[in-house]
Design a protein around this ligand. Structure first.
Ligand SMILES: Nc1ncnc2c1ncn2[C@@H]1O[C@H](COP(=O)(O)OP(=O)(O)OP(=O)(O)O)[C@@H](O)[C@H]1O
Ligand SMILES: [Mg+2]
Length: 301
């Protein structure tokens, strides 16, 4: 299970690109979060869900904890569990052959990530929460609605934990048809404000591609237009995102090449082909065949 604790300023705001599209969605999300409603950024890969969730969390001004959804997560990871084992050696200083080993098994309650966040009023960013098993995520139902986290029955002193009023949660999720993604329980989704993310607009894609790769806006625009053209013609909205443009641009920049198909544009053409083919490796065979044709056309321009 991968958990990261970030400070309120753990997110590097300087690397976060703001455009009217991004400002619009983040302002709305922040309004919902401030009003106490959890937000779920849902949508295909590469549409900026995790980046937006982390940015949003950093704006709330509370410590942020990041949890990546996975089938390995269990309720002990989230709420807490009893752990402990102690082994003690006793050496005799005078007779070195005398050694006593004491082993004891003692349990100590170790709070889980959700327990910690609920108790201390942290912001929980639960990235790709639908990759965790639905029965584990059920723990969140009472946290989000009744503001109570149920503790395991054998916790004698207390059976529940009252959620700190500053606790907030931001979720992200991929479409159900993605491998390893479980269908989210209706009851859980009902407790969130769902913000459907599509691919970014052209202006945002250019700004992000240029900032992330170091290429000029003009060259980034050339790459973004090629990738958007490819995405549209192939109908592969969920495979080809700004991530593809960033990759192509970063390779070009690192190789000291130019984003240009004319005059010696062979190298650029090969990079586009390699990157785009690797993005569509999971697409249906007919779409892949179409993609091959379209890439050839684009390169031949
Ligand atoms: N506002 C932004 N500023 C800077 N970079 C951004 C921004 N939004 C997205 N990116 C970049 O675009 C890429 C895709 O974003 P991100 O990883 O957040 O997408 P995602 O929807 O979480 O994808 P996945 O479903 O695969 O996890 C990343 O390289 C990210 O750094
Ligand atoms: Mg993500």
């Amino acid at each position: 299970m991968k958990v990261e604790q970030l400070s309120p300023r753990g997110f590097n705001e300087q690397e976060f690109i703001k455009t009217p599209y991004i400002d619009d969605i983040t302002e709305r999300a922040l309004t919902y979060i401030k009003a106490g409603f959890p937000v779920n950024f849902s949508g295909p890969a590469g549409t900026g869900k995790t980046t937006l969730a982390l940015y949003l969390a950093s704006k709330i001004g509370r410590p942020v904890v990041l949890l990546h959804g996975s089938s390995e997560i269990n309720s002990s990871n989230l709420i807490g569990g009893n752990y402990g084992y102690r082994r003690k050696y006793k050496l005799d200083n005078y007779i070195h052959s005398v050694q006593e080993v004491e082993e004891s098994l003692y349990y100590q309650w170790v709070e889980g990530i959700l327990g910690n966040a609920c108790r201390n009023g942290m912001v929980l960013v639960y990235d790709e929460f639908t990759r965790s098993r639905p029965e584990v995520n059920n723990l969140l139902l009472s946290v989000l609605e009744e503001k109570i986290l149920s503790l395991p029955g054998w916790q004698k002193e207390k059976h529940y934990l009252r959620v700190h009023p500053d606790f907030r949660a931001v979720f992200t999720s991929n479409p159900e048809e993605y491998a390893g993604v479980h269908r989210a329980q209706v009851a859980l989704i009902d407790r969130m404000i769902n913000l459907e993310m599509g691919q970014y607009d052209r202006h945002t894609e250019i700004a992000i591609t240029s900032a992330k790769s170091g290429l000029s806006e003009d060259e980034a625009a050339f790459i973004v237009d090629l990738v958007r053209n490819f995405r549209k013609k192939c109908g592969l909205e969920s495979n080809v995102s700004v991530r593809s443009s960033i990759r192509i641009a970063a390779i070009i920049h690192s190789a000291g090449e130019k984003a240009c198909l004319k005059n010696n544009g062979e190298f650029f053409g090969k990079i586009i082909t390699d990157v785009l083919f690797s993005e569509i490796r999971d697409a249906e065979p007919e779409k892949r065949q179409l993609a091959v044709k379209i890439i050839k056309e684009i390169i031949a321009q």
